[in-house]
Design a protein around this ligand. Structure first.
Ligand code: 13P
Length: 259
């Protein structure tokens, strides 16, 4: 069976009740998920219940972060159980903006990943290097270190319910997209790292690319053998742009099926 694509949208610190209402109306009229891609949207915590109430069954309800703690004296935190309680199914963990600006280190990413797994939330673990690290030829070393924090928690049983996203920091929100070859090179590296632990797990986990992905470059990126989908930021704020990316994923499935 053809492996599905996951096209996930990340709204970051954007959104309002009316924006979500309008987004959903546009998305539902153009829903691209029926053909064989998985589609998720990650909104700020406050809008998760509204997303959950208004999303069609085909749209996976996502949040952008989760507490590393299950409960207790952690003012302002949102636990994995709370997210589940209001309908979340998926959560971003270790996004570079959290790593860079909110002091999130590999140990914290690991703890959050454990919480998500314990509650049956589908985690998207984000990894990626900075411009400086790429220029210093440290890309693989950085990714290897970020993966090492979670790799022992992944196995053939949970890999189908976990996602990894490669998001080069220099490509996020900059309009600079990694070329399809650059993305493939790192995705292949990630897959080989995972395979050195468990080949079946490495085959089952879907690897998403994120960083200035849009309708015009999605097809080329998704055509790469180890790019299983995209994690979309800016181009997911308008349903129309997001749907255009989903269409590219479907176009690729059509092409593969006709071969
Ligand atoms: P952009 O698509 O805006 O570059 O953002 C990517 C991202 O960070 C998604 O999580």
């Amino acid at each position: 069976m053809m492996r599905k694509f996951m096209v996930a949208g990340n709204w970051k610190l954007h959104g309002s009740e009316s924006m979500l209402k309008n987004w959903m109306a546009d998305f539902v009229t153009n829903d691209q998920s029926a053909k064989g891609i998985d589609v998720a949207l990650c909104v700020p915590f406050l809008y998760v219940p509204q997303l959950s109430d208004s999303a069609p069954r085909s749209l996976i309800v996502g949040a952008q972060d989760v507490s590393a703690h299950a409960s207790g004296a952690h003012t302002g935190e949102i636990s994995a159980a709370m997210l589940k309680d209001v309908g979340a199914q998926l959560v971003l963990i270790g996004h570079s903006e959290r790593r860079q600006h909110h002091g999130e280190d590999d140990a914290l990413v690991r703890a959050k990943f454990k919480q998500a797994l314990a509650q049956g939330l589908m985690p998207i673990i984000c990894v990626g290097e900075s411009q400086q690290q790429r220029e210093n030829n440290e890309t693989f070393a950085v990714i290897e270190r970020q993966l090492a924090a979670v790799i022992d928690l992944l196995d053939a049983d949970n890999a189908g319910q976990c996602l990894l996203a490669y998001e080069p920091i220099w490509a996020i929100g900059t309009g600079l997209t990694a070329s399809a070859e650059q993305a493939q090179e790192v995705h292949q590296f990630i897959r080989s790292q995972l395979a050195s632990k468990d080949v079946t797990m490495a085959r089952q986990i879907r690897l998403l690319y994120g960083g200035s992905c849009k309708g015009s470059n999605a097809f080329e990126l998704f055509s790469m053998p180890d790019v299983d989908g995209g994690l979309i930021g800016g181009a997911s704020l308008a349903a129309e742009d997001f749907v255009a990316i989903c269409r590219q994923a479907n176009k690729l499935l059509d092409k593969k099926q006709s071969n």
